[in-house]
Design a protein around this ligand. Structure first.
Ligand code: RIB
Ligand code: CA
Length: 309
């Protein structure tokens, strides 16, 4: 069976890490590159986290450091959610690999050029690298099959009332991606805040008993803490939905919409507006089978044996 070639671009980040775990064990996907982006933490920290996550999960593709700041805005981090390291909580192995000598945009371009078939980009952080790729290499757009991204929300935000964090960090980048004409799958807060993983699910994951299961359960516990204080009954697992969109679309309810990004606005910068008054540019996920998603997580960690390092 031909696997879907993917590039994972993210700002790990606990939920990025869990998204990458789902991708790593899926028989449907082939991870060709991992690229870090500045978002939850500085580019140095998200890059170090990306290398540690790939070491833990046994992901052996090239890993490249992304751009140090958004296209135009100053960097914005989220230590309140992910901690000072960007991936606080369980101890992780030190990187078993060297960083690719290429930076993110050039590694992405190399993967696209060398791939026999168009490649899917899974973007789970601000879309700085993806937009920079489209600006620097417009000739490679036909080699991008689709972009499945976590970001936005057509009904509300989370970092401001209007804007979700990934889009708010780099609205100019998101605007370039939304206008690119490349097939888009949007997993915004509309669906990701329904992708709730409850404390009882953390224990189902932990009970699988291998090293990855223990780390993922610890990531879930840490990630939930910020949300518990806000009154959430579970951890809203944002980023994994961008991978679920590719491997288990049957778990999702979606609608094709025209999504536009507010790049100006004193109060609404970074808002994503979804409507049907223009041709659709994105498949927007709006609902998820939560129980099926939780079962998928437990199934995924069980695919790792004790030997996985
Ligand atoms: O708003 C949620 C998004 O912001 C997720 O991608 C999380 O990792 C943070 O980057
Ligand atoms: Ca993220």
């Amino acid at each position: 069976m031909n696997r879907i070639p993917v590039i994972l671009d993210g700002d790990p980040g606990h939920d990025d890490a869990i998204a990458w775990m789902l991708a790593a064990v899926s028989p449907l996907l082939e991870i060709r590159a991992v690229t870090s982006v500045c978002g939850n933490q500085t580019i140095e920290k998200t890059t170090y986290n990306a290398m540690r996550i790939c070491t833990l999960l046994g992901i052996t593709c090239p890993i490249a450091m992304g751009k140090p700041a958004p296209l135009m805005a100053p960097p914005m981090n989220a230590p309140s959610v992910h901690g000072q390291s960007g991936l606080d909580g369980p101890k992780l192995p030190e990187p078993a690999m060297e960083l690719c000598e290429l930076r993110s945009v050039e590694l992405m371009a190399q993967v696209l050029r060398e791939s026999e078939t168009p490649v899917t980009i899974v973007a789970t952080g601000p879309q700085t690298n993806v937009a920079a790729l489209l600006l620097a290499h417009p000739e490679l757009k036909p080699k991008i099959r689709q972009i499945s991204f976590m970001g936005g929300g057509i009904a509300h935000g989370n970092w401001t009332p209007a804007a979700e964090f990934n889009i708010l960090v780099d609205p100019e980048a998101a605007d370039i991606v939304m206008r690119s004409g490349i097939p888009l799958i949007m997993s915004g807060l509309d669906v990701t805040e329904k992708a709730l993983i409850y404390p009882a699910d953390f224990e189902r994951v932990r009970a699988v008993g291998n090293e990855v299961a223990r780390v993922v359960a610890d990531w879930l516990e840490f990630f939930y803490e910020f949300h518990r204080r806000l009154g959430y009954p579970g951890a809203p697992l944002h980023d994994p939905v961008a991978v679920v969109s590719l491997i288990r679309p049957d778990l999702l309810i979606s609608k094709d919409l025209c999504v536009e990004v507010e790049t100006k606005g004193e109060y609404c910068r970074g808002a994503t507006i979804g409507h049907d008054r223009a041709p659709a540019n994105a498949r927007v996920n709006l609902g998820i089978d939560r129980d099926g998603f939780a079962a998928l997580l437990v199934e995924a960690v069980a695919a790792f044996g004790e030997e996985k390092r």
